[in-house]
Ligand binder design. Sequence first.
Ligand SMILES: [Fe+2]
Length: 204
Amino acid sequence: MPFSFTFNTKTTVRRVLENPYDHYHLATLHKLPTPTTSIQVTLLDELPPDSQSEPRTKNEARYGALVETKIERYLYFGPINALAKVLGLNTETFMTRIDTWPSGHFFTIYINGKEKVSMMQGITPVGENNTTEYVVLMIKKTGSFWQDLVSYAVFGLQNKAVGAQDIPVFNTLNDDKGGAYVKHDRPALKFREFYQSWVDKVEI
Ligand SMILES: [Fe+2]
């Protein structure tokens, strides 16, 4: 089941793309009900070779990570939370696989070990510190009309609401100002190396 939305941001492509690699903000900004210390990030290149580390595309312009955590309470917001409770959509584990290329991400979201949502996010620069992000989600069908309807609301609206929370932060970010060098920033800093290596290849 498809669901799509767009956002305009007042920052660069790189800043928007870095967002999922700043994994602590899932708890601090997006209020994922989990202690920040239980969020684990593993770079796909550092996983032992198996199906989970296989790239989605056979392409060297690829970066990726698994973000995994346990959930302490219901995952959803406000009225969506109430719907989720009624349908027993409680969440114990949450995992996102992020496959990134220099202008977008492909996310695969697993709830309790089961794939629920695939999401593609493309970022287009439209000016200096001015970008548009396009998001398309595919939500897994359950086989039941009513459960599909609720899944559509829960996963579609929730992801749009989560995306909207990032926008005011993006709009106040100055590009390339400051740096953080603690181990929790390693996925984001490694992403910057990957991104810059592809920017450096561009000839104008
Ligand atoms: Fe975010």
